[in-house]
Design a protein around this ligand. Structure first.
Ligand code: NAP
Length: 345
């Protein structure tokens, strides 16, 4: 059987801040059956993950594109692969049958053909499917591995998190509080700051857009210095944090979103501080920490069942909302994990 498949693509490479007009919805005739002898699986998209890193794939060139297979450049006009949750509509692979729920790399489209070996059967574990795109998927693993493995926290340490109302940031703060650290964080609006203080119970939070001097602001919020900085934004925030780090502090460079859309921006932290305060500055990718996945899932699922972690999701409806959902990440529109629900089953 054939259907019309809709998918989102870029019209041309995007080298600055993305606009909705950079995207288009294409249609194609799509077969819902699997060729005999192939081990392919046809997946119907249910929930798709919207992630900032995709912008680096949309550029005509980014050094990131030469690093890992997940970061390769996107060709204008072609489908954009992305994490998501879907339902199997046809399978040539013995491990999958029609109706199975799956998670893994699908695409910003209604249907995707994937190799059976490249997708996982999804056990919902009693949680909504959207959790398996965010908190119980790579966003959650990024926060978990980044905080526990990269930052190597000790109880009582002082933690600073940027983009803290976002998908990764809010979880880092929550893991840090549960572990026994004090957490001060920042975000880009008054409402977000209220959420971080009132709902998530962080020790303090501020709106970085209202601060004219970030170094002094951090001095005010961390009179005794920062032990751990979980960096989601880069540039001047990273410089200000390094200036306020304590001796033997750790900086986990998770992402530098403020630099993704502005090629003129590069953090230039004071390297004398790095040397004399013996600060560890370490970039990391969640996919290097898949060995922690089982531990991350069981710990996080327990916290969820015990009501110890809040789930902050921001779900838009329909494939057509993908361009606005994605570009909104760079305007700070989202509160929590940005997801697009493609169909309501
Ligand atoms: N290393 C890894 O494996 C890995 C995995 C996932 C994500 N990441 C990175 O982690 C970071 C957060 O990702 P996420 O998925 O959790 O996204 P997110 O935080 O949910 O969404 C992006 C947020 O970034 C903030 N932002 C946007 N432009 C900014 C700017 N110019 N300056 C400061 N803040 C800005 C906005 O919040 P405000 O309102 O606060 O500005 C926005 O809501 C990104 O840098 C991403 O690339 C890394």
């Amino acid at each position: 059987m054939e259907v019309i498949n809709k998918y989102v693509t870029i019209k041309c490479h995007i080298n600055g801040a993305p606009n909705e007009s950079d995207f288009e919805i294409k249609t194609e005739t799509f077969s819902l059956s699997v060729e005999s002898g192939s081990n392919n699986v046809v997946v119907k998209s249910l929930y798709l993950s919207i992630d900032p890193y995709q912008i680096n794939r949309m550029k005509s060139y980014s050094s990131s594109q030469n690093t890992i297979s997940q970061a390769v450049g996107i060709v204008p006009g072609e489908a954009i692969d992305a994490s998501g949750v879907g339902r199997v509509v046809a399978s040539g692979h013995p491990d999958f049958e029609r109706g199975d729920l799956v998670s893994g790399k699908i695409s910003w489209g209604e249907y995707t053909i994937v190799k059976g070996a490249n997708i996982d059967k999804l056990d919902l574990m009693g949680f909504p499917p959207s959790y398996h795109v965010g908190i119980l998927a790579l966003s959650g693993l990024t926060a978990y591995a980044g905080f526990f493995e990269v930052c190597k926290p000790k109880k009582g340490e002082k933690v600073f998190v940027s983009a803290a109302s976002g998908s990764v940031g809010n979880l880092v703060g929550q893991y840090a509080k549960l572990f026994g650290c004090s957490v001060v964080c920042c975000a880009g609006s008054k409402q977000k700051v209220e959420l971080l203080k009132e709902k998530l119970g962080f020790d303090d939070a501020f709106n970085y857009k209202e601060e004219t001097d970030l170094e002094s602001a951090l001095k005010r919020y961390f009179p005794d210095g920062i032990d751990i900085y979980f960096d989601n934004v880069g540039a001047e925030m990273l410089e200000a944090a390094v200036a306020n780090m304590n001796a033997f502090g750790r900086v986990a460079v998770c992402g530098v979103i403020s630099e993704y859309t502005d090629t003129a921006k590069h953090a230039a932290p004071n390297m004398l501080d790095v040397v004399y305060k013996r600060i560890t500055v370490r970039g990391f990718l969640c996919i290097d920490h898949m060995n922690l996945f089982a531990d991350f899932i069981s710990t996080t699922a327990n916290h969820l069942r015990n009501g110890k972690i809040h789930v902050i999701e921001d779900i838009s409806q329909g494939l057509e909302s993908i361009p606005a959902a994605f570009t909104g990440l760079f305007r700070g529109d989202n509160v929590g994990k940005k997801i697009v629900q493609i169909i309501d089953e």
